[in-house]
Ligand binder design. Structure first.
Ligand code: DGL
Length: 274
């Protein structure tokens, strides 16, 4: 019996977080939810993003997760308080996790329009480094293209040049990939940047933050536990989506290095999915 880690995102992006979690805690079973019926989140209103977060968190809670990782910066930026208030279990966010570890005063943030407009990264970084210059850029073209399976398409390259231009003008030396889909574009972005610009993936810090939490929760008699996942799943992970399972399974295969078993779920259903 092990503690179940719940992770959620609008779609494929959170898999970049899941991979960091799996790398550090290969024995922790995970439940991944991609809200693919509503992707992208990043152009939605704040009210919408908060209402969706509430629904997702309730569903994960119903599934018996013992800790939640917000594998979505947009939800993290606009609805962390909703998740913390409603999860009933500890919640790990990306933005706070990464902010304290950034060791630069010229920082760029690539994020969804909603995250960039929220100023959440700027606030979190200024809380640790008041003198840092933080330039936040909303990148509306990225997520729809990534969800469509693109990684190197000319439209992506054009959009990337446009989004990186103001960061290069601001002479940033560190760029935070402030949307969990963007690590999938790392090779493309690195190709367009001078070699001394560092790309930071907040998932690394979030996964590290999970460690002590898992250790302390593992000892807690109140921690909710589930039966071992089927042995057929070597990484002990359940994959759920709110849209069609097949396109997600196909798109996720390249990133995970194997084809996941994906199940379509209804977040409105009061039943446990497993
Ligand atoms: N991957 C999510 C994020 O980190 C959401 C992207 C979207 O759906 O627009 O912000």
């Amino acid at each position: 019996m092990s503690l179940l880690v719940g992770l959620f995102d609008s779609g494929l992006g959170g898999l970049t977080v899941l991979r960091q979690v799996q790398a550090l805690y290969p024995h922790s079973p995970c439940l991944y939810l991609g809200d693919t019926a509503r992707v992208p989140y990043g152009q939605r209103t704040t009210e919408d993003i908060r209402a969706i977060a509430s629904e997702v968190v309730h569903w994960l809670r119903l599934q018996g997760v013992g800790v939640m990782v917000m594998a979505c910066n947009t939800s993290n930026a606009l609805a962390l308080d909703v998740a913390v208030a409603e999860a009933g279990v500890p919640v790990v966010g990306l933005i706070d996790s990464v902010a304290s570890g950034i060791n630069s005063d010229r920082i760029g943030i690539l994020a969804t329009p909603a995250t960039a407009a929220s100023g959440a990264y700027r606030r979190a970084i200024h809380a640790c480094r008041p003198s840092a210059s933080v330039t936040e850029i909303g990148c509306p073209a990225f997520v729809p293209l990534i969800e469509a399976g693109e990684r190197e398409a000319p439209e992506l390259r054009r959009a990337a040049r446009e989004y990186l231009a103001p960061l290069l003008e601001a002479c940033v030396d560190t760029i935070v990939l402030g949307c969990t889909h963007y690590p999938l574009l790392r090779p493309l972005l690195a190709d367009l940047l001078p070699p001394d610009v560092q790309l930071v993936d907040p998932a690394v810090a979030a996964a590290q933050r999970l460690g002590p939490l898992l250790a302390s929760l593992g000892e807690s008699p109140e921690a909710e536990r589930i039966a071992e996942p089927r042995p057929a799943d070597p990484l002990r992970t359940f994959y759920c989506v709110t849209g069609e399972a097949e396109p997600f399974a196909k798109a996720a295969t390249a990133w995970l290095g194997r084809r996941p078993n994906v199940r379509t779920v209804s977040l409105q259903s009061p039943a446990r999915a497993f």
